[in-house]
Every structure is written in C-alpha cells, then in structure tokens.
Design a protein around this ligand. Structure first.
Ligand SMILES: Cc1cc2nc3c(=O)[nH]c(=O)nc-3n(C[C@H](O)[C@H](O)[C@H](O)COP(=O)(O)OP(=O)(O)OC[C@H]3O[C@@H](n4cnc5c(N)ncnc54)[C@H](O)[C@@H]3O)c2cc1C
Length: 442
C-alpha cells in the first residue's frame, strides 16, 4: 500500500484528543482473521463506506466493510459536524463552462438532497446526534464582503431554491453573534450534529441488516482475478464480486492504481473548549446556536454546541509532523483568541487534526472506476462531506446494484478526476496555493 503523507497522518496521534471520542463509545468489532467471500466489499468505514453499507444491507445485499483502524477513524469521526451544503470547490462559472448550467443546477440540488438525506437517516434510524442550528451563517470578515454576500442571494435562490437572509452588524449583535464580523448571510439549509453518533448509527443499521464490518484490518493489496476482486489484509482476505473504494483523503496511490495522483489530502484542525458559563457567553456576546463560518479563503468554522462547549475549526497546515501540528495548534488558538477575545482564559480541552480531500477538477467523484469493471469509488468532498459523503454512499449503493436509481447522480459527479501534476510530490503544490489564499484573506 503506497500512501502519500507521513505515517503519522494515518496513526492515532492526530486524533488522540478528539472531543467526539468522549461523547460515545467506539463499537467493538473483530478484525479479519479468515479468508471470506462477499458480494460487495467496501474499503473504509467513514460516511461514504457506512452510508453505502447501510443502503446496500437494507436492500438485502451481502456487504462487508473493511476498515484499517476503527469505525469513523478518518475524517468522519473527527470533523466539525457541519451537515451543510458543499462538496465541490469549483465555482458556478467553472461548472457552467465545463458542464453547462443544467448540470450545474442538478449538482447544486444534489447538495440540498444530501443534507435532506442525513436528516431523513437521523429520523429513520432514531439517532440522537445532538443536532442544532437552522441552516448555516456565513460571516463577513471584511466590510467589503458584505456586498458580495448580499449579491449572492439571487444565485443562492437559483442554485438551492431558498431565500438567504442578510444580517447587518447591529442585527448580528441582537442575534447573539457578536465578533469581528461586518455582516452575515444565513442560508436556511443544514444543521450541526455529532458526527460519531451519526456514523455509528449508520454502522449499527448496516450490521442489523446483515452487513459485516471488520476493523484494524488495512487492505494492503487489491487485485482483480477473472471476475472477482481479492482484497488482502495482514491476517485474512476477502474475495468479492464488486468493490467500493471509500478511503477519501486516507486513500493509497495503489488501491487501486487508478487512484494514483487523483486525490490531494489537505489538513484541517479543530479545538473544543470547556463548557462556557452564562457569564462567559454574555461577555463575548456569542450565544447563538447557529453553525457559522467566515468569508476567509482559509476559513474558520465554529459553533456553540448544545452542551455549551464551543467548537472552532480552521483549514490549513501542510504536513503531519509533531512540529507542524504544534505550529497549527498555536495558530488556531491565536485565531480563536483574536476572534473571541473574551474567551482568552477559557480552557481549550481538545485539539485534533485530520485530512480532507481535494480533486484537481474540484468536484467530488462518485462513480465506476474506468477500465476496472465492478470497482466503484466516492471521494473528494473538499471538506464538506458530512452530507455529501453520505449522499455518495447512497448513490454508490444504486450504482453497484444497478437498475432504476433511488438517488439522483448529477452527471458531473461521474467525471473522472484528472491527475494532479508532480505525482507523489504533489503536496508541494500546496505551499504556494496556501500563501495565495492567505494574501487574499488580508
Ligand atoms: C478536521 C476536519 C473537519 C471537518 N469538518 C467538516 C464539517 O464540519 N462538515 C463537513 O461536511 N465536512 C467536514 N469535514 C470533511 C468530512 O469529514 C469528510 O469529507 C468525510 O468525513 C469523508 O468521509 P469518507 O467516508 O469519504 O472518508 P473518511 O471518513 O476519511 O474515511 C476513510 C476511511 O478509510 C479507511 N482506509 C483508508 N485506507 C484503507 C485501507 N487500505 N484499508 C482499510 N481502510 C482504509 C480510513 O482508515 C478511514 O477510516 C472535515 C474533515 C476534517 C478532517
């Protein structure tokens, strides 16, 4: 298995102090110690893999999930819990130019459907996932961003079919969203959730419906022999008719070889404070339950959770070394204190990092792997995968089973991601890209 980042990125270290681990027990599951047969093998137990497993098992398929570490070990078990629109990084102008307006609109509507799917799953599976927030609020970090927020309302209406609401600086104060913000826009789609509670609910449903899940069993080799796939793990193997690659940023270049160069892992980090007292909340003037983020390119995302602990996340960071993580921890703490100065003395109880996945064409891929009949993949949600990866899993279940789909897949999501330049050295492209974004944020 050829991986792209430092071994540390795939270890337990970056996620050791993750807040979500303290909120729910990790399901105890066996590792694979035999040679088994299955109809559909899924590599990776994150939202993509678990949603696919849930949907496939519910339809009576014989499905086996195989996970290198523990369920939701990857981005799924360590994200900010924003169940929101998004998934692509490409702007409307690019989408229109490449695929046409009809396809762009179909894609935008799939973002709405993805959020709706998570809401439906939480209700159907009766999951208590600490949800809150009525949509998402985008905060202007520069006065000049207010005009673009106002102007974006027509586009939001066209893309998502909803009215976004602009808030002036003084309205923000009344709404309990005080800070260094000049105005904001609320899009009434999405909500915050506890990602592990949701992920483990999907897992439990897959298992209840007959699916099998093995943990601590990295697939180290994947080969097609005749009509079947053989997945090798350190202590066992799986022979499968079809396979779904659900490894996103934690993917390997050679599982299968088609993945090489088609994904780019990017870092994101999160801190969570101790529970805030009513006095502390009043002192800062942030009492809103809205999940929010700012207009920076290297954005900050934050939300006051129902138990009054504050979650604050940030994109950035180039490598997974002790040194770079220490630097990111310093940076995220500094930015948190700059934006919420009244909370300088509040204890930060948790800090962790993880990897999100970018594609070169800046849209997710959900589809069949070309020239490898029976193999499918879903990845590249650009840091917005709570909803979109869940949707990808549902779409993949349709594609694998065939026949009339239950979930619409906009055509552009099946476009093969081109390879990044520089092969396995491609992460070196990130330093200048981040520098540019940093300058744009000034
Ligand atoms: C810090 C952070 C904050 C984020 N915040 C948000 C947010 O607020 N909202 C949002 O929408 N999105 C957010 N995201 C992104 C979101 O979490 C991801 O897009 C989503 O979880 C991707 O799910 P996935 O199942 O595709 O991949 P992952 O959850 O990364 O799962 C991939 C799994 O594959 C396993 N795997 C890899 N290789 C192998 C192998 N060879 N054999 C077996 N298993 C293997 C890994 O161990 C891993 O468990 C965030 C991500 C991070 C890192």
């Amino acid at each position: 298995m050829k991986r792209l980042c430092e071994a540390r990125a795939y270890s337990a270290k970056p996620v050791a102090a993750c807040y979500w681990a303290s909120t729910t027990d990790t399901p105890e599951l066996a590792n694979l110690t035999q040679d088994i047969n299955t109809e559909i093998a899924i590599i990776g137990a994150g939202f993509t893999g678990l949603s696919a497993a849930h949907h496939l098992a519910k339809r009576g398929a014989d499905v086996t999930v195989i996970e290198a570490e523990f369920p939701a070990f990857g981005a799924t078990g360590r994200n900010g819990g924003f169940c929101c629109l998004g998934g692509a990084q490409a702007k409307n102008a690019q989408l229109d130019k490449r695929y046409g307006k009809v396809q762009r609109l179909a894609y935008r509507r799939s973002e709405v459907a993805a959020v709706g799917l998570v809401k439906t799953l939480l209700a159907e599976l009766n999951l208590q996932a600490d949800t809150h927030s009525s949509g998402e609020t985008l905060l202007a970090h520069r006065a000049s961003d207010c005009d673009s927020l106002k102007n974006s309302r027509a586009q939001i209406k066209e893309d998502y079919g909803v009215e976004a609401l602009f808030h002036s600086k003084s309205e923000l104060r009344q709404l309990g969203m005080q800070g260094p913000f000049h105005g904001a826009l609320t899009i009434p789609i999405g909500f915050g959730l506890n990602p592990r509670k949701y992920a483990y609910g999907l897992l439990s449903s897959a298992v209840k419906n007959g699916g099998k899940v093995f943990v601590s069993s990295p697939v180290i080799d994947l080969k097609k022999a005749g009509e079947t796939f053989r997945l090798t793990t350190p202590q066992g193997s799986i022979t499968a008719d079809r396979v779904i690659i659900a490894t996103n940023a934690y993917a390997a270049e050679d599982l299968p070889d088609w993945m090489a160069g088609r994904f780019m892992p990017l870092h994101s980090s999160v801190i969570v404070t101790e529970p805030l007292t009513p006095k502390q909340i009043e002192a800062q003037g942030w009492s809103s339950a809205q999940m929010a983020y700012d207009t920076r390119q290297l954005l900050h995302y934050f939300r006051l959770m129902p138990n009054r602990q504050f979650l604050f996340g940030m994109r950035g960071g180039l490598f997974s070394t002790d040194r770079s993580e220490a630097a990111i921890q310093k940076l995220i703490t500094r930015d948190f204190h700059t934006m919420f100065p009244a909370w300088k003395r509040v204890k930060i109880r948790h800090f962790w990092t993880g990897m999100v996945c970018m594609t070169r064409h800046q849209i997710p891929f959900i589809g069949a792997i070309p020239n490898l009949s029976g193999a499918y993949a879903g990845f590249g949600y650009h840091g917005n995968g709570v909803a979109m990866a869940s949707y990808a899993g549902a779409v993949l279940s349709d594609l694998v089973i065939g026949g009339a789909p239950n979930f619409e897949r906009p055509k552009l999501l099946g476009t093969q991601p081109p390879k990044f330049p520089l092969g396995r050295y491609r992460r070196h492209l990130l330093a200048p890209a981040y520098a540019l974004k940093y300058l744009q944020d000034l």
